[in-house]
Design a protein around this ligand. Sequence first.
Ligand code: SF4
Ligand code: SF4
Length: 192
Amino acid sequence: MNPVLDKHRVKTVVRPEMRFQEQVYLIEVWKGLLITSRHFFVNLWRHCMKALGQDAAAASVTTQYPEDPQVTAHRSRTRHRLLKREDGTPRCVACMLCETVCPAKCIYIKAEESPDVMIEKRAKTFKIDLGMCVFCGYCVEACPEDAIRMDTQYIQFPGSTRADLIWDMPELMGDRPKIPSLTPSKDPLSRP
Ligand code: SF4
Ligand code: SF4
């Protein structure tokens, strides 16, 4: 049982019934081939026109991902990180502003008293469920301590289960690498 996941019930989506022509498959396969062929020849035509120096609409370009990862824009909102003070302690003061403002409700913070008399509170646990995050950046904007940023340039965070997408404080601060589980769940909607 995972208390973070238990806060949000999984909604089961009912799959639509297949019609007869879809159950036969042949018609659908032909429709798919026609669409693929159309894209292929339109792109080929555009590439040829460009090669001949003619004015043509931009053709599709295949990116060899992951060997050739796309460069994200410098100001893109990417995976979060928690910042530290000069003495290595987290900058977060557990004010809960980010948790409150988050539209996806995917930030979970537990506060505790700080041993530093100049700081009232600090985060005991700080978790973000990246499977639910919509990367709006509101948490970064709301933070009064500049304790959270979305500038890691990482957009890959693979996981085999939903729990693999929940990053906790040491992982967000870079103190511990995030290691996804090796056992994929049978049902992608099932809880770990
Ligand atoms: S980026 Fe938006 S959705 Fe994601 S944790 Fe921050 S406030 Fe929530
Ligand atoms: S808004 Fe900033 S200081 Fe406040 S709880 Fe979130 S990360 Fe911590």
